[in-house]
Write a protein that binds this ligand. Sequence first.
Ligand SMILES: Cc1cc2nc3c(=O)[nH]c(=O)nc-3n(C[C@H](O)[C@H](O)[C@H](O)COP(=O)(O)OP(=O)(O)OC[C@H]3O[C@@H](n4cnc5c(N)ncnc54)[C@H](O)[C@@H]3O)c2cc1C
Length: 320
Amino acid sequence: MTADVLVVGAGIAGVACARELVQAGIGVRVRDRARVPGGRMATRRFDGRPVDLGAAYFTVDDPDFADVVDRWHAAGLVRRWTDTFLAYGPDGRRAVPGPLRWAAPAGLRSLVAHLARDLPVTLEEPVTSVGPGPTADGQPYAAVVLAMPDPQAARLLDPALAAATRVVGGRRWSPVLAAALHFPTRRWPDFHGAFVNEHPLLRLVCDDGDRRGDGAPVLVAHSTPEYAARHLTDPAAAGPALAQATVALLELPERPRQVYVHRWTFAAPTATRTEHHHLDDDGIGLAGDAFAGKPRVQSAWLSGRELGRALAARLRPATA
Ligand SMILES: Cc1cc2nc3c(=O)[nH]c(=O)nc-3n(C[C@H](O)[C@H](O)[C@H](O)COP(=O)(O)OP(=O)(O)OC[C@H]3O[C@@H](n4cnc5c(N)ncnc54)[C@H](O)[C@@H]3O)c2cc1C
């Protein structure tokens, strides 16, 4: 099958979009610049053990996404983690009940890999330009989908593609540093995860051994956007301070033996759109977590799925 549609980005939005197109019998190719699919549902292995360095967990309130999660659950890919986090603030800490949070024993990236398992995905192949036609790197397609943060899409789009250029321009995206902290032993009380309010460095700390279910002595700390913005050029240099802040917050008796910091320059949009996707007369589609409500895994999946359906409805008569 030749590719009628090029989907740029093998995060959950791009993969959800491509699945819809394949199901509709439309030729599709997915391209990602990374070595593995997953995007911001990122998992890095340390001595063979996966640690989630992007999304910390996901929640579900959409019935269609719930069906997907049920299938992951039946396949043993996800586990119910917790509905209770701690919240730290200037007045101390308290337990805060919330929605059920889901985690993946093999890391959240494994879920995107599972959704992409029978799709034609080409990795380590960045797209460098998208032009009128539409074309991608000079090659014509019936449509080109950009499923990635707005600033990354903006770099690719020819300004002649005015409608899409307008949509991806203007919205600010905030950064985050994610620090994987490997401790010698597990010496903290059960807390699952902790929101950190009004702290100069920390926004969230999660117990990776608890969420993954293997009890490994690993915490993942997410920085505030402001702190990340000051350390984007040298994220590793922020490691000791993030580790020290986590040790002090949780009153831990020992320091981590290994600290790794991942930089997310475009972690989350500072404002989102309620519409599910963008699809214009130039043949450019946009999907991702800047659409469909709050910037999270479920929104990205919904956005990609809806764009896939809209494209299938547009292209099916021409390809039938
Ligand atoms: C630190 C952090 C914490 C988070 N915590 C949570 C959470 O707890 N719960 C939750 O629900 N969500 C969370 N999120 C958000 C969640 O990860 C995202 O909403 C979701 O993964 C976005 O998916 P996406 O497909 O829209 O984009 P992405 O996952 O960013 O996918 C975009 C893809 O495009 C590729 N790409 C970019 N440019 C090019 C190019 N030129 N050529 C080819 N490929 C390209 C990238 O490599 C990437 O794979 C978090 C995100 C971060 C960063």
